[in-house]
Write a protein that binds this ligand. Structure first.
Ligand SMILES: [Zn+2]
Length: 282
């Protein structure tokens, strides 16, 4: 049994990067040592643990402090936007000072569930875009049923670094808007779903440099484990295999490509020297 502080040798020369995983979620957190051991055994070497409110952002930062394979993002999700305000902004800025914070997120708009009023969602989104630019960090975007407005806001804001559109579910036209600007698309379990033909066509047409792998665990288990909760980062291998099949390349090529892309999307993954592809770090 490997503990959370060991760094097992990856199975491929390039460890897969799970660019969006919630090890900070209660349904993965308690069991994280075995969750991470299973992930390592299937070739996942780096975990970007994404915050969605202040408590989960604090926990993401703490996790990044306990294991060198983990990096954190901090932010307030549109679901929680009703709680955004000066106090939340102050706490978020304090968290950004922590080491190994690689992005602000997940932030954005969710007009599907509408758990916070849309005006509050817009205000929290725009405020956090500004905070990210001040901090010199990219943003991880959550978007549901709101692509045109989300892309409008991002274009109007002219972000310092290319945003990451997590769990991309937009149209081909939305995707083209993103990739022509050098933005990133987070590709997860939806790529494997039976009803995922449109997404697969988009991913087939995409320039290779925009593609990132993610699980969004504990959510969105890929096929053939769809609906099996909780999802976990070990299942990133299923997404990588599907991406390889869709693009007509090997899994090794997918690993090399998406890991290089992740390093560009999250410059601090490399700047902090948090992991190495060729040797164990202790
Ligand atoms: Zn998420």
């Amino acid at each position: 049994m490997t503990g959370p502080s060991t760094n097992p040798r990856p199975l491929t020369p390039d460890p897969l990067v799970d660019t969006h995983v919630h090890l900070n979620h209660d349904d993965l957190y308690a069991d994280r040592a075995s969750v991470m051991a299973r992930a390592a055994a299937s070739g996942v070497g780096v975990f970007v643990v994404v915050g969605y409110d202040l408590a989960s952002s604090e926990r993401a930062v703490a996790l990044a402090g306990e294991d060198e394979r983990i990096f954190a993002t901090v932010g307030v999700h549109p679901h929680d936007a009703a709680n955004w305000g000066d106090a939340a902004a102050g706490r978020l800025r304090a968290l950004l000072a922590a080491p190994r914070v690689v992005a602000v997120g997940e932030i954005g708009l969710d007009f599907y569930r509408d758990l916070s009023p849309r005006e509050a969602q817009r205000a929290a989104f725009v405020a956090q875009l500004k905070i990210a630019s001040e901090a010199g960090l990219p943003v991880v975007i959550h978007c549901r049923d709101a692509y045109s407005e989300t892309l409008d806001i991002l274009e109007g804001h002219d972000p310092l670094l290319p945003p990451i559109l997590h769990c991309f579910q937009g149209t081909l036209a939305d995707a083209e808007r993103a990739w022509t600007r050098g933005w990133f698309l987070g590709i997860g379990g939806a790529l494997t779903f039976k009803n995922g033909d449109a997404l697969r066509a988009t991913v087939r047409a995409a320039p290779p440099e925009c593609l990132l792998l993610e699980t969004d665990a504990p959510y969105l288990s890929p096929a053939p484990l769809r609906g099996k909760y909780p999802n976990e980062p070990a299942r990133l291998a299923l997404v990588a295999e599907t991406l390889a099949a869709v693009r007509g390349v090997s899994v090794q090529e997918v690993a090399a490509l998406t890991t290089a892309n992740a390093r560009r999307a999250f410059p601090r993954l490399s700047a902090e020297g948090g992991y190495s592809t060729s040797s164990s770090r202790t």
